[in-house]
Design a protein around this ligand. Structure first.
Ligand code: ADP
Ligand code: MG
Length: 236
């Protein structure tokens, strides 16, 4: 089957990929599935930013990532591309439930992430939802059970993990903590700790932050396994 051939070819390319290769400058230099590659092209993303150049190859290889790069450096695609690829490689379908959880400190940022996901993920079949409150817990809960990818604020997803029976996180493949410094500054530390407790240990975790701080490294110690540190200082 064509899909199986693509998968096998990508797996081999990822194994052979040198994550630090200076030849990786564009999305088209990365071993990405055709659905993601064409979603990126259709969204007019071509060159990689510095954080994307390093974070995406390591994440494709399955590594946990601790990424620090200032606002505007392109962290959103640095995690959304690996999220789509991880589910593609797992041959995730609409029947497989929740595969990816993306945590953002504010509703506004969660909405922005969701919009980028909709753009670059348009060629994929995955279902995706926003869990940011503003609707009744019950109303949100009914939609949750069918979602493959969720973009959430910390307090709200914890409420669902505690109360929504239909939310099954046992097969979760990948967790993203975006703006980890702000998540901590806003006092979500215990919500995130409690959430991580619910999640399977076998998952991959990508943690991104604009700044490095003691609280971020505390969070990293609790949620990441042997992370690759990606720290870039570029003029945006
Ligand atoms: P951060 O999360 O690091 O603050 P974003 O992911 O929000 O940064 O990206 C900042 C801006 O850069 C956005 O407008 C986004 O569309 C743009 N951008 C991100 N990656 C690329 C890229 N590879 N090529 C062109 N523009 C990009
Ligand atoms: Mg961001």
């Amino acid at each position: 089957k064509r899909g199986q051939d693509e998968l096998q070819r990508l797996r081999t390319s990822i194994e052979e990929l040198d994550p630090k290769s200076p030849d990786i400058t564009k999305f088209s230099d990365l071993p990405l599935c055709e659905a993601t590659a064409s979603g990126l092209r259709a969204s007019h993303f071509e060159s990689l930013t510095d954080v994307q150049k390093v974070a995406i190859p390591f994440a494709l290889k399955g590594r946990d990532i601790l990424g620090a790069a200032k606002t505007g450096s392109g962290k959103t695609l640095a995690f959304l591309v690996p999220v789509l690829e991880r589910l593609y490689h797992a041959q995730w379908t609409e029947y497989d439930g929740l595969g990816a959880l993306i945590i953002s400190p504010t509703r506004e940022l969660a909405i922005q992430i969701f919009e980028v996901l909709r753009k670059i993920g348009r060629k994929h079949q995955f279902s995706a939802g926003l869990v940011i409150g503003g609707k009744s817990l019950q109303e949100e809960a009914e939609r949750l059970a069918r979602m493959n990818i969720l973009v959430c604020t910390p307090g709200r997803i914890l409420q669902h993990l505690d109360q929504t029976a239909g939310l099954d996180v046992n097969n979760l493949q990948i967790l993203v903590l975006d703006e980890a410094d702000r998540i901590m500054d806003m006092g979500f530390q215990s919500a995130v700790d409690a959430m991580v407790e619910h999640l399977p240990k076998s998952r991959q975790t990508l943690l991104f932050s604009a700044t490095q701080s003691k609280r971020v490294s505390d969070l990293a110690r609790l949620s990441l396994k042997d992370p690759e540190y990606v720290s870039v200082h570029q003029d945006a």
